[in-house]
Design a protein around this ligand. Structure first.
Ligand SMILES: [Zn+2]
Ligand SMILES: [Zn+2]
Ligand SMILES: [Zn+2]
Length: 941
């Protein structure tokens, strides 16, 4: 024997792999993306699952304007995770990405960049602009590893799709839900144009501040205040006297009290919380004659102060403010957006006799106002009020007022003819669908969608713009009567399918006008084309019809989808948007909700919970995260977020995600490293012959499998994130790898004991790789490249593994064994701290299992069966505790009770010497110091 200890390292089965510890995401990810492209991953997946049960996730279209932001990435990755998971469950999962292309933001940009361009040029340039961004975004989405039918997206500006939009509108017309009526909109009288909210600027402006008297109907007054024989007035406050001729109601605040005040001999009603301020303003003492509830006042009417024979209702409404004025508000539904809403809710006339240049038109009463600019109307009204003795008080006010972004003039609000989707009946059915047929993930989505539907009174479909699908109708040039019909619109739709919306722009009216058409109102036969276009929400809202519906009425666009979709998955803000527009249109067109499940997610926010925005400077781009964590890191971050909260991006969270990623990757790597000489087809141990620990490991693996598949089905990716992290840490690193080390590294390479571990590890690696593939799409592909010998197809074309058919393990028994294990480790700890034992293999443990031990009978039965299977009880426990020697005694003499009741232990330094090969201690060593097991292996070689 030489002095130099012999090196037995070469006789061990040391782990080995060339799979790197750290990902080289920048190169690997790009390489894989290219490979998937070459392998035609999406179409291969379609072919592979053709004919299987379908799972349809219908992609909501992002707007084709600008680079994708983190919110887009988050949404698309979620969709990718869920569709990949369903494919791996064996479903046929076609998914067609969409883009929303029409609408104001693009028209704006293009108009700004091309001043003086003709409408035709604008349309052409809008098309080019949107197409450019579709292409950019498509590449950006692909880079995230998202697998969709990128070559055949649905694009709302494609002539096919534009035709479907118009066809859907035709069907609404056929179903009698389209109507044309007044709506109050922001209007610039100097530009003579409507303004979108983005075009309105707010500036301070000085206006008159008037307190005007509306006399209560004498009969109502008698009923409410029988003792007062003088007129009773509502004191209303207004800063736009020109709108008083358009008054159609008085609003008061619901559920509050009102005072009847005596002011210099006049009886005046004002909100009780405002009467003090009113008295102060009028420089009198507050003299309350009576108090009365808003609900009682709401049953009354009042005479208009200067329009003859006009009586207006008093309406209690939540919207009335209590911090200025008198809590009695003048309501003119034809010239104020809030007044308009109250008007629609209460069936008031939307009265707006104002022409495009801001002059009173011919329907105005009093007649003498006809043709007068409303700016002069301000003065006229004040004079009239004074003359009629209805002006209680006059002052002026400087307040923030809407102005035109182009000409900087003050705006007015006026009602114009607009096209509406009448929600009267469909709303009820939508609420019913929300309550009964649609599933929500998370469940609280149900009440969000319900609330947004309930607060929706109408859907104005028309926009005074040019970049969008037309409303095919003809307008009488004399009386503004609108002609349209299902057949008329369908004819337009057919032509749009060939020529795009440009058809409507270009076609001469004579060519499309039915030859016999005359106006039923004025018998004129002079018609012009409607120039309003459809709301862009209508475009995306009918995607169920354009993309999902396999039985289109006339225009075939079917792409192997089916109606209804299994799932719509969008941000929570779509309760107000796409979910609603889709549901409402589908209930009329297909008579059914377009989705079975609505899954929602939150907004992407910074660590303070603030929404990311350019102005706050807290925007994080998807690329920023990819640079730090790799593409799979970004995808894992997506999975880590609960779907009922906001998607927070913070250093801490990203660190945690990267930690979990490292853990999963490392666990897979450890498994991979120990399978270097294992061929599953050759070396697998039959499951029933696996070592009990290995059987148990597979039992735990099966539990993980069940949980994760269930979580994928429910879109509960956070649970998957946590389950994987926990599995890798608790079950693999801290337990399984520890207790199998000796068998794996030191037993003979081809021994049953070692092959048994490898068999279990192969199942663990295979199951884990597949389970993580929908999320860690890149990593899983690379790992499967390693362990799948002769790999034929991408991991994303494979299925989740089946449960390993290992016999059911008794969890009571294994919980017990693990409790015993931790009690032993705990008992060794003090020796380690004192330096008596440097590592657990230097320990020997004597064990006595008292019948008082919990579940003793189960344990005893198991230990008996071990012997019957030919395992040494001592060996089993040595491996389980990772110590060199275990003796099980039949007496507790000289043993101490451990932290586990009924388990008695004695810990000592192991006897004998340390085997230089396996580091286990033994008293039976050979001349080289090897204990019998190692001696046998070494001598054989
Ligand atoms: Zn203007
Ligand atoms: Zn007419
Ligand atoms: Zn040894």
């Amino acid at each position: 024997m030489s002095d130099q200890p012999v090196n037995f390292k070469d006789t061990l089965n040391l782990p080995s792999t060339d799979f790197p510890i750290r990902p080289t995401a920048t190169t690997d990810d790009l390489r894989l993306l290219e490979r998937w492209q070459q392998e035609k991953l999406y179409s291969s997946a379609m072919q592979a699952h053709e004919g299987k049960e379908k799972f349809i996730l219908h992609d909501g279209p992002p707007y084709a304007n600008g680079h994708i932001h983190l919110g887009h990435a988050y949404n698309k990755i979620l969709k990718d995770i869920i569709t990949k998971a369903y494919r791996m469950m064996g479903y046929h999962v076609p998914i067609i990405p969409g883009w929303d292309c029409h609408g104001l933001p693009i028209e704006h940009k293009v108009s700004e960049q091309n001043p003086g361009a003709t409408p035709q040029e604008i349309t052409r340039k809008c098309r080019a602009y949107a197409q450019e961004w579709v292409d950019v975004q498509r590449e950006e989405f692909k880079k995230l590893g998202v697998v969709m039918d990128w070559d055949n997206p649905y694009i709302t500006m494609a002539p096919d799709y534009e035709a479907k939009i118009v066809e859907a509108f035709a069907l609404l017309v056929k179903n009698n839900v389209i109507e044309r009526k007044n709506k109050t909109i922001a209007w610039c009288p100097s530009c003579a144009t409507v303004l979108a909210s983005a075009e309105i600027e707010y500036h301070d402006r000085k206006d008159p501040s008037l307190y005007v008297l509306f006399e209560m109907d004498t009969n109502d007054a008698k009923k409410l205040f029988p003792t007062i024989d003088k007129p009773i007035y509502f004191a209303i406050w207004t800063t736009t006297p020109w709108t008083l001729p358009l008054n159609r109601a008085i609003l008061i605040k619901s559920n509050t009290q009102y005072d009847l005040l005596e002011v210099n001999g006049t009886y005046v009603i004002a909100g009780a919380s405002r009467s003090e301020a009113l008295a102060h303003l009028l420089k009198t003492e507050k003299k309350v004659v009576a108090t009365i509830s808003a609900e009682k006042l709401a049953q009354t009417h009042a005479y208009h102060p200067f329009v003859d024979n006009l009586t207006v209702p008093v309406i209690a409404d939540e919207s009335v403010g209590l911090d200025e004025g008198t809590a009695c508000v003048h309501c003119a539904p034809g010239c104020g957006p809030l007044d308009y809403e109250v008007g629609v809710k209460n069936n008031l006339e939307i009265y707006s006799p104002v022409d495009p240049w801001g002059k009173y038109s011919r329907d105005i009463a009093p007649h003498e106002l006809q043709g007068m600019p409303v700016s002069d109307g301000q003065i006229w009204v004040i004079k009239k009020l004074v003359e009629k003795n209805k002006l209680l008080h006059k002052a002026s006010i400087t307040h923030s007022y809407p102005h035109c972004w182009r000409c900087k003039h003050g705006l007015i609000f006026r009602a114009t003819r607009q096209w509406f989707f009448n929600l009267q009946h469909v709303k009820e059915r939508a609420l019913e669908a929300v309550d009964t047929t649609i599933n929500f993930l998370p469940e609280q989505g149900r009440s969000f969608l319900r609330a947004t539907l309930e607060s929706r009174w109408e859907w104005c479909l028309s926009r005074q713009r040019s970049w969008g699908a037309p409303i095919p109708a003809l307008l009488c040039m004399h009386c503004d009567y609108a002609f349209t019909s299902f057949e008329f619109i369908m004819n337009v739709a057919h032509n749009i399918q060939k020529q795009g919306i440009e058809y409507w722009e270009n076609v001469p009216v004579q060519e499309i006008m039915p030859p016999t058409l005359t106006c039923p109102n004025c018998t004129s036969s002079d018609f012009k084309k409607e120039t309003d276009i459809l709301d862009v929400w209508f475009d995306s809202g009918i995607s169920h019809f354009a993309v999902l519906n396999p039985a289109p009425l006339t225009l075939s666009l079917s792409r192997g989808q089916s109606f209804p979709a299994d799932m719509y998955l969008e941000g929570i803000d779509q309760h107000r948007g796409w979910f609603q527009s889709s549901l409402l249109t589908a209930l009329v067109i297909e008579k059914q909700a377009p989705m079975k499940t609505i899954m929602t997610h939150g907004f992407t926010v910074d660590e303070k919970g603030q929404k990311m925005s350019k102005s706050l400077g807290n925007v994080i781009a998807p690329d920023d995260i990819i640079k730090k964590l790799g593409t799979d890191g970004l995808r894992l971050w997506v999975a880590s977020i609960g779907h009922d909260g906001d998607a927070v991006v913070s250093e801490t969270l990203l660190k945690n995600v990267s930690e979990v990623y490292r853990k999963i990757r490392n666990t897979c790597r450890v498994l991979l490293m120990n399978l270097y000489d294992y061929d599953h087809t050759q070396n697998a141990v039959p499951l029933e012959k696996l070592h009990p620990v290995d059987q148990y490991a597979l039992h735990i693996l099966n539990q993980l499998h069940t949980t994760i598949i269930q979580d994928y089905k429910q879109g509960n990716f956070t649970a998957i994130f946590h389950a994987l992290a926990d599995y890798c840490t608790t079950h693999v690193s801290a337990l399984y790898v520890e207790v199998t080390k000796d068998r794996l590294y030191c037993d003979a390479a081809d021994s049953h004991e070692r092959r048994s571990v490898q068999t279990a590890m192969w199942y663990m690696l295979d199951t884990m790789t597949r389970l993580t593939a929908p999320i860690l799409s890149f990593t899983a592909e690379l790992i499967s490249d390693q362990y799948q010998k002769n790999k034929q197809q991408s991991i994303h074309l494979q299925k989740f593994s089946e449960q390993v058919p290992v016999s059911q393990q008794d969890s009571i028994l294994w919980d017990m064994l693990l409790e015993i294990r931790s009690a032993v480790l705990k008992a060794i700890e003090p020796y380690r701290a004192e330096g008596v034992i440097k590592q657990s293999l230097e320990a020997q443990v004597t064990v006595y299992l008292d019948p008082a031990l919990k579940n003793y009978a189960v344990l005893e039965k198991f230990l008996d069966s071990l012997k019957k299977q030919g395992y040494s009880l001592a060996n089993f426990l040595e491996d389980l505790f990772v110590v060199s020697q275990v003796t099980v005694t039949s007496s507790r003499n000289s043993l101490a009770e451990s932290s586990l009741k009924g388990l008695y232990l004695r810990v000592e330094h192991a006897a004998g010497t340390k085997c230089p090969r396996c580091w286990k201690w033994s008293t039976k060593v050979d001349s080289q110091g090897l204990e019998p097991r190692c001696a046998q292996i070494v001598n054989k070689k």
